[in-house]
Design a protein around this ligand. Structure first.
Ligand code: GLA
Ligand code: ZN
Length: 677
């Protein structure tokens, strides 16, 4: 556990003194002290410096750097430097260079640029991790190992193609099995030999915006690519573990990053870490949801906020400043959802290349008299005062949303029924319906144990994997509430349709049969007309995107369609099953309707907010040793009021005692510990 290393929230971030002279580094150390910085992530992009040629390694600069940081109270998150290969390597061994989806071989340049199946890359990356582990295995400054950086992207080179065939052989055993899984009798694609199989790219099966002729092939490529990069990570991971069995090893993830199946990856991280870069207009509920996903990757374990900008990004079209107080607010938001570290990219701003306009703790002016530095310093002092109070605290949730990468890939590779269906948008809509009621949610994989929750929601569970339907039935049987939506239960994990009527394996549990699926034009709407008065829902509400035409087979009809030739057919159903209920939302309503529906269901289940607060005030709870810490976060610029329903509470930062109606300043945060009574 990371808390065993330092009894406080680690504070600091990416630091690249290799770009600077020694006197600047000395000045940095002074500034770090002022800001309360105690962790530096170093060596992230220093491969070319560490290894100037094939057989020479230079780590003296790192020795010195680690020493000087440590001597000044700064611990190290040590990266392995393998996220960008050196130019000499690309020149001498072109197999490290990737090939893009159009078949173009890349030249040296950029970063995150190595082919994951390049023998050269694998050999030298593993060797680098080994050397570093050997050299720093006993160094007390090194608390966390940071393998590579933001793994991602794809490669379509010949090494990857050969590796894909090996991966497929392992998965399917015989070509016959593979032909069946990919339904290759369609368009005469039958394969007789593994070597006939090519990567699905723009030269073969792909067209348009990531669409595919054969979703089964493309789905396997996505899985294979995620696994290939994971193998690279694992080579380095094991190289470090061999030397330092009790090391804490991670790699920085990117939230809802489509290319990599993070649920699979997280099994191999000692702690999840991630880089959070919301834009000015990113809904704060979306950021909260990404934190919840990161916590969900390892079944609720705290994670590291590895990077966030102290002020602005450089790579967005419009790089807004974080408004006064917002960096602090968003830092606490990450802690509220399970982060045990607050780290920045970056500590000092570069003078050249594309990140010179990226925010940093130390800006180009070079001194501490800046707004950003003052805000960083204030937070540093607060985190120091909080000590280990919140470390390792859990985030208790009675509600969960199922999220699945295979499902994401399959939905969005699908040809039909609509290009407008975006999985993440759907996930966020349902998440927001809980969030606006201040109800905490876990984001879980389909293989998580459902029975620890009162309600499980699976927006667009298009792909139902082996065993999941049975586990959902069991969950509902035991008294759980399940809710799923249109375009669910359609295919198995090969993207082959489950025959016998939609929603396939979920049909029994939901007590319905979906006969047809209508895709609406962007301008077209239908209406959901309530039949049963459900909590706050009454009358009619707009809906669109997709409309399932369904018949009930035991389920109650709660609402019907108001328009078109399917007027009067069910739009929302509920099936009593064992001690629980299974709901089906047959179309895509607006947020107001979903908020009403989820409020109704949560109220029935006795799930509510610990604090009464307006929508712009976020509430999240961490819990440790029987004590709840309620985070109240005002995302509005203006002051807001919230209400403590019972007793008094101690606010941990200001040490004020609050009760009843409380005013919270714009962008401010309260961490409340209810007093025992
Ligand atoms: C990513 C990278 C960093 C840096 C930041 C800039 O998160 O990991 O190296 O480029 O983006 O926002
Ligand atoms: Zn490749």
């Amino acid at each position: 556990m990371i808390s065993s290393k330092l009894p406080k929230v680690f504070y600091g971030g990416d630091y690249n003194p290799e770009q600077w002279s020694k006197d600047i580094h000395t000045e940095d150390l002074r500034l770090f002290k002022l800001a309360g910085i105690d962790m530096a992530t170093i060596n992230v992009f220093a491969w070319a410096k560490n290894q100037p040629d094939e057989s020479t390694y230079h780590f003296e600069w790192l020795d010195e750097l680690i020493e000087s940081l440590y001597a000044n109270g700064v611990y190290v998150c040590l990266a392995t430097s393998t996220a960008a290969h050196p130019a000499w390597m690309a020149k001498r061994y072109p197999d490290v260079l990737r090939v893009d989806a159009d078949g173009r071989k890349r030249k040296f340049g950029g970063r995150h640029n190595s082919c994951p199946n390049s023998p050269t890359y694998r050999k030298y990356a593993e060797r680098m991790a080994e050397r570093l582990a050997e050299r720093y295995q006993n160094h007390p400054a090194v608390l966390v190992w940071h393998v590579s950086n933001e793994y991602g992207g794809e490669c379509y080179c010949e090494h990857c193609e050969a590796a894909f065939r090996v991966w497929l052989k392992k998965r399917y055993g015989t070509v016959e099995n593979l032909n069946r899984a990919w339904n290759t009798s369609f368009w005469g694609h039958t394969f007789y030999d593994w070597d006939e199989i090519v990567l699905p790219s723009n030269l073969s099966e792909h067209w348009g915006n990531n669409k595919s002729n054969f979703q089964g092939i493309s789905l396997d490529y996505s899985r294979f690519n995620s696994d290939s990069l994971l193998e690279c990570y694992l080579l380095e991971y094991h190289a470090i573990k061999r030397r330092i069995p009790d090391s804490i090893i991670t790699t920085n993830l990117m939230g809802f990053y489509k290319e990599l199946d993070y649920f699979k990856w997280a099994q191999h991280l000692d702690i999840v870490s991630w880089d959070s870069y919301p834009a000015l207009d990113t809904p704060f509920s979306f950021t909260a949801m990404a934190h919840d996903l990161m916590r969900g990757l390892k079944d609720g374990q705290p994670f590291m906020l590895m990077e966030q900008t102290p002020s602005q990004q450089n790579w967005m079209p419009y790089n807004s400043l974080k408004r006064p107080g917002v960096m602090r607010l968003w830092s606490y938001q990450s802690i509220a959802h399970g982060a045990d570290t607050v780290l920045f990219f970056q500590l000092r701003r570069s003078i050249g290349a594309c990140e010179k306009y990226h925010g940093a703790v130390i800006e180009h002016v070079g001194h501490e008299h800046t707004r950003v530095f003052r805000e960083v310093t204030q937070l540093g002092a607060e985190l120091k005062a909080l000590g280990d109070t919140l470390l390792d605290a859990s985030v208790p949730s009675r509600a969960a949303i199922i999220f699945d990468w295979d499902n994401w890939w399959a939905i969005e590779k699908s040809s039909g029924p609509t290009v407008a269906l975006k999985y993440l948008e759907q996930i966020h809509k349902y998440y927001k319906a809980f969030f606006d009621q201040h109800v905490q949610v876990d984001i879980i994989s389909p293989s998580t144990e459902f029975t620890k929750y009162d309600i499980v929601v699976a927006p667009v569970l298009y792909m139902v994997k082996e065993g999941v339907a049975g586990r959902l039935e069991h969950f509902v049987e035991q008294g759980g509430t399940f809710l799923t939506t249109f375009f669910s239960g359609i295919v198995d994990e090969h993207d082959l349709v489950t025959l016998g009527g939609y929603p396939g394996k979920l049909r029994k549990l939901l007590g319905i049969w979906v006969e047809e699926i209508d895709a609406l034009l962007p301008t077209q709407k239908n209406r959901i007309v309530m039949k049963e008065k459900t909590g706050v829902l009454e009358g009619a509400y707009p809906c669109g995107l997709l409309c399932d035409l369904l018949h009930t087979e035991g389920a109650d009809t709660i609402a019907v369609y108001g328009e078109d030739f399917y007027q009067g057919m069910p739009a929302l159903t509920r099936n009593r099953w064992g001690n629980g209920a299974a709901w089906y939302m047959a179309t895509d309503p607006d947020q107001e309707f979903l908020n009403g529906l989820l409020t109704h269901i949560c109220t029935e289940l006795g799930i509510g907010a610990p604090i009464t607060a307006p929508d712009s005030v976020e509430i999240s709870v961490r819990s440790k040793e029987g004590t709840d810490y309620i985070f109240v976060m005002n995302h509005d610029r203006e002051p807001q009021q919230y209400y403590i329903q019972e007793g008094t509470a101690l606010e941990l930062i200001s040490k004020h005692e609050y009760s009843g109606e409380v005013t919270i300043a714009g962008h401010d945060v309260h961490i409340l510990r209810p007093s025992q009574h």
